[in-house]
Ligand binder design. Sequence first.
Ligand code: OTD
Ligand code: ZN
Ligand code: ZN
Length: 346
Amino acid sequence: MTQSLTITRPDDWHLHLRDGDMLRAVLPETARHFGRAIIMPNLVPPVVTGEQAGAYRDRILSALPEDMMFEPLMTLYLTEDTDPEDVAAAHASGLVKAVKLYPAGATTNSASGVRDFDKVRPVLEKMAEIGLPLCVHGEVTDPEIDIFDREEVFIDRVLDPLRQATPGLRVVMEHITTAQGAVYAQSGGSDLAATITTHHLIINRNHILVGGIKPHYYCLPVAKRENHRQALRIAATSGLPCYFLGTDSAPHTDANKLQACGCAGCFTATNTMALLAHVFEEDGALDKLEGFASKNGPAFYRVPENPGQITLVKQDAPVAFPEQIKTPDGPVTVFDPGFAVHWTVA
Ligand code: OTD
Ligand code: ZN
Ligand code: ZN
């Protein structure tokens, strides 16, 4: 029996595209299904100014195959030297849709991030004034704090004080991984939201560690206990407008993943929509998938929904997704959910 589900063309509200050869290799994987994506600015060096964001946008558009339609929504990487007027101008021109806050050292390429939050106060105040969202990587970097607790501690120590001190600031908690993150995301009305990745709906920390270490499941924030995964499933399938999809699809070559100090990141662009259909069906919530992937994000970011649609089809035989994407830098392994998937995008 085939079953199908047609939804408004989705968007990815958190995506890593990289640059150069890697950009050209991974961009079609996203553009095939998604209308737009919030493009993460953690290049080396990072995308800090409006001018750099404009140049990166041009490189993305020239890497896009001619027969594909896709709009990159650009972000700026917040540093302690970021100029509030540059941010305001990049927003006013329509180029930049969000500013990204990385606590220095929290994740891949975050060394230029923020150490002293007082130094970015003028930028945050300008953003509150103009309604430009702040996307937050919410983990403390304090070496005393256990890596599995870093999100929960960040909410209490950094995020809540920062929001209290900056009334009107619109915030997206990126890639939440805990029950505490899911609860807090509901507390800020229409000025607070959270993205949830596909992989955090599927794996818990056992998947990374039991029966041998699985580098392809290692990402940041690291997957937590099973009760947290369940809380994320409840949040994503709830239909509440504060939760939407941000895949955090983060390509690294296998050579860079499979080594003594392997890179963090799961590459899910290729099969994300199929996996989400599986997850939402399993939770009896296929009717909530469109809100999560296609409607709640545009509503928060105050942009129209995509004009087109995609159709997800469920087939009897398991779908064979490619195991890897070939790139000139080497293969990138596609996220393997560890179970048979019968959904595919038609
Ligand atoms: N997490 N990998 C990367 C970024 C994210 O925190 C993130 O947004 C990356 O490779 O850029 C990862 O595991
Ligand atoms: Zn992050
Ligand atoms: Zn990311």
